[in-house]
Ligand binder design. Structure first.
Ligand SMILES: Nc1ncnc2c1ncn2[C@@H]1O[C@H](COP(=O)(O)OP(=O)(O)OP(=O)(O)O)[C@@H](O)[C@H]1O
Ligand SMILES: O=C(O)C1=C[C@@H](O)[C@@H](O)[C@H](O)C1
Ligand SMILES: [Mg+2]
Length: 408
């Protein structure tokens, strides 16, 4: 029997990852501390991963612990060989490969590690071994903290090991990366959302950055090797990463009012077997009245406020097709949330063919043109893919998007 033990495990992708990479049945085994201790004493398992908060407990209860896990002070992989428990730390492999994969070099650089928990200790060992010149750990209450972080403004690499920015509290970062003008790379161990606010901010500035999903997959690859005694190829780990990323990513449709987001989105959802969510409909549901009435009573601001609030919730979901409202991307504060789990498809149709019916902001052709001029740049900068719908109907547009998505 293989599985994962920890306190709360609802979010874990480990069962799928292990099934895909080496075909084993892998169970989630949430338990309290007394049960965890008993679990290691009874030894009625073949291999387990260990997550928060039992990695130290696992280290203590193994018969043999490899040097790396000993040095880090945490075991995340335990193999039962003939009744003896062997402990390893594959988070180390996951983090170092994740950094390499993102093209980030720590060699000779000043590295700031945010946070002091278990992953922070792993990050420290990795940074040392990758040749960091100086490593500083930032905590809330230690000598190097978030209040005096400007004394480390020369940092070149940031590694976030805190849960700040993690679902359901996305949209925040432990530090403002504007403080670090020499930044060369950002690594965030958080993998939900797929793109954290910290990583998004780095990418917007052109700084190489990675979230924690590759780390999770690669630690599972190495753990699977310890469990099975076989090698798991990098190609198989890459395929698992691609698959989990695809399953978790949302297809987000953006474009002018009347460009087909709702119609094409519903068709796309059917084609891909994914739930379809229309942001405008969610706004109507939340407000309890139609959009025209929201505009009549509180103006555009009232509408935008509800829209932003609803977007935060809806964009935190995974594996959906999401139609935005025509103006959702205009508000700067919404842009991160559109991207957090999303691949953005920009639907383009000739302005003459956009219907203004029932749409408060596009009542005349002039109004539509003015809106377009105002929004064009934002749409272009937000688009991952532009879809030219000028010569195709809605089903065809859905087919084009589905094909692009499936080719990834
Ligand atoms: N490529 C297309 N070919 C033909 N008709 C289309 C195309 N795209 C959209 N339409 C039609 O245009 C109308 C508006 O489409 P829809 O309501 O899906 O737009 P929308 O982008 O969701 O608009 P809004 O921003 O107002 O929510 C619908 O009648 C739809 O069938
Ligand atoms: O969430 C998970 O599935 C895991 C998280 C990390 O703690 C890993 O160390 C663990 O092996 C699996
Ligand atoms: Mg719509």
């Amino acid at each position: 029997m293989y599985g994962l033990i920890g306190k709360t495990l609802g979010h874990s992708f480990s069962p799928q990852l292990h099934r895909w990479m080496w075909g084993c049945e892998y169970r989630l085994l949430p338990m309290d501390e007394a049960a965890a201790e008993q679990f290691f004493t009874q030894r009625a398992f073949d291999g387990v991963n260990v997550t928060i908060p039992y990695k130290q407990l696992a280290l203590r209860l193994c018969d043999e612990v490899d040097d790396r896990a000993e040095r880090i002070g945490a075991v995340n992989t335990v193999v039962n060989r003939g009744g003896r428990l062997y402990g390893y730390n594959t988070d180390y492999d996951g983090l170092s490969a994740c950094i390499r994969r993102a093209g980030i070099s720590l060699l000779g650089r000043k590295v700031l590690i945010l946070g002091t928990g278990g992953t922070s200790r792993t990050a420290h060992a990795v940074a040392e071994d990758l040749g960091a010149e100086e490593i500083v750990t930032i905590s809330r209450s230690g000598p190097d903290n978030y209040e005096n972080i400007r004394r480390h403004a020369g940092a070149e690499i940031l590694i976030n090991t805190t849960p700040v920015g993690m679902y359901p509290a996305a949209g925040a970062a432990a530090v403002d990366i504007g403080v670090f003008p020499n930044l060369q790379g950002v690594v965030d161990a958080v993998y939900n959302p797929l793109t954290t606010y910290l990583v998004d901010q780095a990418r917007q500035r052109g700084i190489p950055a990675t979230c924690g999903l590759p780390m999770l997959v690669i630690q599972a690859q190495r753990a699977g090797e310890h469990f099975s005694g076989r090698r798991i190829s990098d190609a198989s780990a890459e395929a698992a990463l691609r698959r989990i990323t695809a399953e978790q990513t949302n297809l987000v449709l953006m474009g002018m009012p009347g460009s087909g987001k709702s119609t094409v989105g519903a068709m796309l959802g059917k084609r891909l077997g994914r739930p379809f969510v229309d942001l405008d409909e969610e706004v109507v549901r939340t407000a309890g009245k139609p959009i025209s009435e929201i505009f009549d009573s509180g103006g555009e601001d009232a509408f935008r406020n509800i829209e932003s609030q609803v977007l935060r919730q809806v964009s935190a979901r995974h594996g959906i097709v999401l139609a935005l409202g025509g103006g959702t991307a205009v508000r700067e504060e919404n842009r991160y949330f559109i991207r957090q789990n999303g691949r953005v498809y920009y639907l383009q149709r000739p302005l003459e063919s956009l219907s203004g019916e029932g749409r408060p902001l596009s009542k005349s052709p002039e109004a539509i043109r003015a809106l377009y001029e105002e929004r064009r740049e934002v749409y272009q900068s937000m688009a991952d893919v532009s879809v030219d719908c000028s010569a195709c109907g809605t089903e065809e547009a859905a087919a084009i998007i589905a094909k692009e998505w499936q080719s990834l």
